[in-house]
Design a protein around this ligand. Structure first.
Ligand SMILES: Nc1ncnc2c1ncn2[C@@H]1O[C@H](COP(=O)(O)OP(=O)(O)OP(=O)(O)O)[C@@H](O)[C@H]1O
Length: 301
């Protein structure tokens, strides 16, 4: 299904919170965020009914980051509901809220690692929410934590960097460490806020391949804010377009034509898709840096 409209949409299907296959549905119901007089996210409604890789696109200021940050409660919503398994996650407090935040791991544009800590410790920080207060306070990790962190790094193809300080790594490597840290949370979903915006095309491809592989192999939802249409088309099963806080497009990547993109971006006839391109060539694998056990996922899309 795809649709396009110029105003608020409310397409919340009425159904059980389970999709009949034991998989838990996420429902966004008129989710809204206002900052003073500005409405950053305006009555956004949609459901995710199966593990999908969802790309959110739109021009700067459209509300993409705010929407993502509301999901894991980094930004409080002003109105609406986000239901997971029928439970409104926007009203969770204390330990329940922290557990939810562990369930939806965030990956940020600027990686958010601790620069002077070694890579493996940075990855293990993903476990902190699951530890008791004392253990968390002193960063006490078990041998099992160390083994899991090394396993996650190996999966991301950077186990050999485990003992280096995070600040010694390239941007692409740091983002893979951040993804390994997210995996340590064993989350239901990964929320990636412009994960490749600071990376060159080769590293952008490695990072997007990694996210796609996690989606495919672990059957996890990945929601990814993206600035580039070609990346959304190549990697995502579903694209959501935002404009001025409204959800204005929700459909398959094939439906994301240049004309549709022009509407989402509020651009005129001079709109040039190349301006949003990262020039990721999904087929260019010969010279690229190894991503370890990654499957070049773009080929599967
Ligand atoms: N903490 C804040 N205080 C006030 N206004 C904010 C705050 N965060 C976001 N906004 C405003 O909300 C609107 C949506 O911002 P948001 O960062 O969600 O957009 P975006 O689509 O992610 O943009 P970009 O692609 O540039 O990151 C913008 O007008 C922004 O200025």
């Amino acid at each position: 299904m795809s649709f396009f409209c110029n105003g608020p949409v409310a397409l919340v299907a009425q159904h059980d919170e389970h999709n009949g296959q034991g998989w838990r549905v996420i429902q966004f119901q008129e989710v809204t965020k206002t900052f003073g007089s500005r409405t950053a996210v305006n009555k956004v409604s949609f459901n995710i009914e199966k593990p999908q890789m969802v790309g959110i696109i739109g021009r700067s200021g459209a509300g993409k980051s705010t929407l993502l940050r509301m999901i894991n409660r980094l930004t409080p919503a002003s109105a609406g509901q986000i239901l997971f398994d029928g439970r409104d996650i926007l009203s969770l407090k204390g330990g329940m809220m922290r557990r939810w935040q562990r369930d939806c791991a965030m990956v940020f544009q600027q990686f958010n690692l601790v620069p002077r800590l070694d890579v493996v410790t940075n990855v293990m920080l993903g476990r902190l929410n699951g530890h008791g207060t004392l253990k968390s306070l002193f960063n006490i990790f078990s041998q099992e934590d160390v083994n899991s962190a090394l396993g996650a790094l190996d999966r991301l193809g950077i186990a050999q960097e485990a003992t280096k300080r995070a600040e010694e790594l390239s941007g692409g490597q740091q983002q893979r460490v951040a993804i390994a840290r997210a995996l340590m949370q064993d989350p239901h979903m990964i929320l990636a806020d412009e994960p490749i915006a600071s990376l060159d095309p080769m590293n952008a491809k490695i990072v997007m391949d990694a996210l796609r592989e996690i989606h495919e192999r672990d059957n996890k939802i990945v929601i990814c804010n993206l600035h580039t249409l070609d990346t959304a088309r190549t990697y995502c099963d579903r694209v959501i377009g935002m404009r001025d806080g409204f959800l204005v497009f929700d459909g398959a990547p094939e439906a994301l034509t240049t004309a549709v993109a022009r509407e989402i971006y509020g651009a005129d006839e001079s709109f040039n898709e190349a301006a949003t391109s990262t020039a990721i060539d999904a087929g260019q694998s010969g010279s690229r840096e190894s991503a370890g056990a990654m499957t070049p996922a773009a080929a599967a899309v």
